[in-house]
Design a protein around this ligand. Structure first.
Ligand code: SAH
Length: 235
C-alpha cells in the first residue's frame, strides 16, 4: 500500500492524519526497516507492506472502539509496536503501555519513542502473567494482535481490564476460535459484544476483531500459570 492509498484508506476509517503524524509514521517505518537488518523485529521487509500490514491493519482497531475516548491502553505482546505504538501516534492523548517478553523489541520501542518525542508511553519487559500481579483491573482498554489462541489470550488479557472497559482482540481469519472462547470470556468476567469482520485492502486477507466488554471483576485465581493456561484452556 503506497502512502497516498494509505492516507485515503485511513480516511475511510474516519481518521484524518496530520502532517506530524504522517512524518512520525514515516520515521517509524524507516527506523523499523533499518533496525530489522540487524535485529529480528518483523518478517516484513518492504515499506509498502509495513504501511498495509502493520500501520493500516493496526488502525482498523477503530472499527471496534475509538481510543480517543479513553485514558489508558495496554498492548500485550506488542512486538515492534503493533497495534499499540501506531495507536499512540494517531491518538496521542491516550497513555499507552507496551508489553513484550522479548527485550530486543522493548529496546527498539524505547529508542523509537525518544526519536519521535512521544510522551505518556510506558514499557514492560516481561510476560503478561507476571505483569498482572500488580496491574489487575487497571486499564480502560487492553489489546493484542497475533499473540496466541483466543482462549489463552483471553485469560492473559481480560484480568487487566477495568470493569466497563474493553478487551479488543485483533485476529485473523479464524472466527471459530473466537466463538469457542465464549465460555472462557464469561468465566473471566467479560461479555463478547461483537465480532467485526472485514478484509484487508489489496491482498484481501480476512480479519476478525473481537470486542469484549468487562462486566465483572475477574476471579483472583486467573490468570493461572502459563503452562496451565496452555495445557488446560478454560472451557
Ligand atoms: N503484536 C505484534 C507482535 C506479534 S508476535 C504484531 O502483531 O506484529 C507475538 C509477540 O508476543 C512476540 O513479540 C512475543 O515476544 C510476545 N509474547 C508472546 N507471549 C507473551 C506473553 N505471555 N507475555 C508477553 N509477551 C508475549
Amino acid at each position: 500500500m503506497n502512502k497516498e492509498k494509505f492516507i485515503k484508506k485511513v480516511g475511510d476509517l474516519g481518521i484524518n492524519l496530520t502532517d506530524i503524524q504522517l512524518k512520525q509514521l514515516d520515521e517509524y517505518c524507516r527506523f523499523l526497516l533499518e533496525y530489522n537488518l540487524h535485529t529480528n523485529l518483523t518478517a516484513i521487509k518492504e515499506e509498502e507492506q509495513v504501511y498495509l500490514k502493520h500501520f493500516y491493519d493496526s488502525l482498523t482497531f477503530i472499527k471496534a472502539i475509538d481510543p480517543s475516548k479513553y485514558e489508558t491502553l495496554v498492548d500485550i505482546g506488542t512486538g515492534a509496536g503493533f497495534p499499540g505504538m501506531v495507536l499512540k501516534i494517531v491518538f496521542p492523548n491516550i497513555e499507552v503501555t507496551l508489553l513484550d517478553s522479548n527485550n530486543k523489541k522493548i529496546n527498539f520501542l524505547k529508542e523509537l519513542t525518544m526519536k519521535l518525542g512521544l510522551t505518556k508511553v510506558n514499557f514492560f519487559h516481561g510476560r503478561a502473567e507476571d505483569f498482572c500481579i500488580k496491574n489487575r483491573e487497571k486499564f480502560d482498554i487492553v489489546t493484542a494482535r497475533a499473540v496466541s489462541n483466543m482462549t489463552v489470550l483471553t485469560e492473559l488479557c481480560l484480568p487487566f481490564v477495568k470493569v466497563n472497559g474493553y478487551f479488543i482482540a485483533m485476529k485473523g481469519s479464524n472466527v471459530d476460535e473466537i466463538t469457542e472462547s465464549k465460555l472462557a470470556i464469561t468465566k473471566l468476567g467479560g461479555k463478547l459484544e461483537e465480532i467485526i469482520n472485514f478484509t484487508l485492502p489489496q491482498e484481501e486477507s480476512k480479519r476478525n476483531i473481537a470486542k469484549i466488554k468487562k462486566e465483572k471483576i475477574t476471579p483472583e485465581c486467573y490468570p493461572r500459570r502459563y503452562d496451565k493456561i496452555v495445557k488446560s484452556p478454560l472451557k
